[in-house]
Design a protein around this ligand. Structure first.
Ligand code: HEM
Ligand code: CU
Length: 529
């Protein structure tokens, strides 16, 4: 009988272990293996997307054109955005979900293991398709990650077709992953694991999976309309043919805004496990966390046109989308309050996962506050399409989503591998990332307020100083990620042995299992009292 009143039978001798060699990874249906594949894939994509960001920042280090010509700059910003969103952040969260959800709910695996294998293996093909467009005539997609029509229809390079096919495959992968996660959480919970006993990471992923199920088909629809406008003579977005380019923006952002919550809700879940562990206090307001997550997800369908305040939608529409966007701040505020209340009077220690989790709370809140500024329609007329917007979404995506993922990896990797990471290297990685990310994106608020547009390879002299600081910060941030890569690679096999509990205050079924856990985790469903 263990501390949290569960009975866990983990002896694995009657189960076959992993296969050997490349065959193991190609044909595995095991959630841990597939989790590992997703995480390694997203790390590679993060490094590719990050290198493109550094190329962009190298060009923007000084006014004038030094390194790359404007057309290639557009390709770099477009691919950077697409790769970071669909290739790095989303697969990383699916990787964490694959590793953690079954062992958190007491299930031997995901509900649909073979589909799980396919959900992963479709991704490398999708991104090979997208990246190969760099070597095609006319180059890679150059119309921004938002691929607005008519840039992506009338003026698109031939590679737009590969882009559409690539996005279709990414969407299929996400939809299959979402179905698997919903089926697993709904049907594979151990006896006694009732809904309001579910770990918060599992709740945030369940809600994220429903968001994915709702909006990925919308993305598939809008890229298909781009495809038919380009190849089959339809005029969905072609004004000359009776279509409407503004329609594109409505359909795209109906997907696009919930998409940003798909990239942050799982991180809310991760942080809600880490803060109680290192504050040595139970999470404050478990139920309100669940309801806040659900209301954020519902509200996220009602705000999409806040990306379009300047296209000329009617005043009543602007007011509606302005107030709806401000309303999202309420459940988000509940979460921040609950994390603070959990830490209040706790006996806090600052191991690397906790450092990333704390920076997540503080810097994500900064991103949220600039989001509130952007929600005010009249002032958004000034901010729209400037570097203020670039600063806003990078604060919610880099110290937000990426720091959340880093915190999760530092927290759970010792459980996955049975080896702890180098704590000193972890702290160095944290502080260099913390300084780097603020040096990069904080100055962007001010050059944006001063009017510097986004998506331009050159700019007026008065923006030079802050751009120089931002570029230096970007390189500091970029290179400090190599410390993380080194820490992971040099310790996943040779690091100091981890205990099963790993972190003293950690709670949950996953910490009942050995480190690393048996290949099939539980041979009998644990009973959760
Ligand atoms: C690693 C550090 C990063 C740096 C230094 C960086 C830098 C930049 C810069 C300078 C731009 C603006 C280019 C322009 O408008 O001229 C940009 C655009 C963008 N970034 Fe990042 N970024 C980083 C990480 C990320 C991450 C982690 C994500 C997403 C998860 C992301 C998503 C985007 C998106 C969506 C765009 C808009 C692309 C477009 O305009 O179409 N970035 N990034
Ligand atoms: Cu939005």
């Amino acid at each position: 009988m263990s501390a949290v009143g569960t009975e866990v039978d983990t002896h694995d001798d009657h189960h076959h272990g992993p296969a050997r060699g490349i065959g193991r990874w190609l044909f595995t249906t095991n959630h841990k293996d597939i989790g590992t594949l997703y995480l390694f894939f997203s790390l590679i994509m993060f490094l590719i997307g990050g290198s493109m960001a550094l190329l962009i920042r190298a060009e923007l280090f000084q006014p004038g054109l030094q390194l790359i010509e404007p057309g290639f700059f557009n390709q770099m910003t477009t691919l950077h955005g697409l790769i970071m969103v669909f290739g790095a952040v989303m697969p990383a969260f699916v990787g964490l979900a694959n590793w953690m959800i079954p062992i958190m709910i007491g299930a031997p695996d995901m509900a649909l293991p073979r589909m799980n294998n396919w959900s992963f293996w479709i991704l490398p093909f999708a991104f090979a398709m997208l990246l190969s467009s760099l070597f095609m005539e006319g180059g890679a997609p150059n119309f921004g990650w938002t691929f607005y029509a008519p840039l992506s229809t009338t003026y698109a390079p031939p590679s737009v077709t590969y882009f559409v096919f690539g996005v279709h495959m990414m969407g299929i992968s996400s939809i299959m992953g979402a179905i698997n996660i919903i089926a697993t959480i709904t049907n594979m919970r151990a006896p006694g694991m009732t809904w309001m006993k579910l770990p918060l990471f599992v709740w945030t992923w369940l809600i994220t999976a429903f968001l994915l199920l709702a909006v990925m088909p919308v993305l598939a629809g809008v890229v298909t309309m781009v495809l038919t406008d380009v190849h089959f003579g339809t005029s969905f977005f072609n004004a000359a043919g009776g279509g409407d380019p503004v329609l594109f923006q409505h359909v795209f952002w109906f997907f696009g805004h919930p998409e940003v919550y798909i990239m942050i809700l799982p991180a809310f879940g991760i942080v809600s496990h880490i803060i109680p562990t290192f504050a040595r206090k139970p999470l404050f307001g478990y139920a309100s966390m669940v309801y806040a997550t659900a209301s954020i997800a519902v509200l996220s369908f009602t705000v999409w046109a806040h990306h379009m305040f300047t296209v000329g939608i009617p005043l009543a529409g602007e007011l509606f989308f302005m107030y709806a966007t401000m309303a999202i701040a309420v459940p988000t505020g509940v979460k921040v309050f609950n994390w603070m209340a959990t830490m209040w009077r706790g006996s806090i220690t600052f191991e690397t996962p906790m450092l990333f989790a704390l920076a997540f709370v503080v810097l994500f809140t900064i991103g949220g506050l600039s989001g509130l500024m952007l929600a005010i329609a009249p002032s958004d007329f000034q901010y729209h399409d400037t570097y203020f917007v670039v600063a806003h979404f990078h604060y919610v995506l880099v110290p937000g989503a990426v720091f959340g993922i880093m915190a999760g990896v530092y927290f759970w990797l010792p459980k996955w591998t049975g080896h702890v990471l180098d704590e000193r290297a972890g702290r160095r990685h944290f502080w260099l990332s913390f300084i780097g990310v603020n040096l990069t994106f904080f100055p962007m608020h001010f050059i944006g307020l001063a009017g510097m547009p986004r998506r331009i390879p050159d700019y007026a002299l008065q923006f030079a100083d802050f751009n120089m600081v931002a570029s230096i910060g970007a390189f500091l941030f970029g290179f400090s990620q190599l410390l993380f890569v080194w820490n992971v690679i040099s310790n996943i096999r040779k690091g100091r042995q981890a205990t099963d509990q790993v972190w003293e205050g950690a709670q949950g079924l996953e910490w009942e299992l050995s480190s690393p856990p048996p290949y099939h985790s539980f041979s009998e469903p644990p009973k959760v009292n």
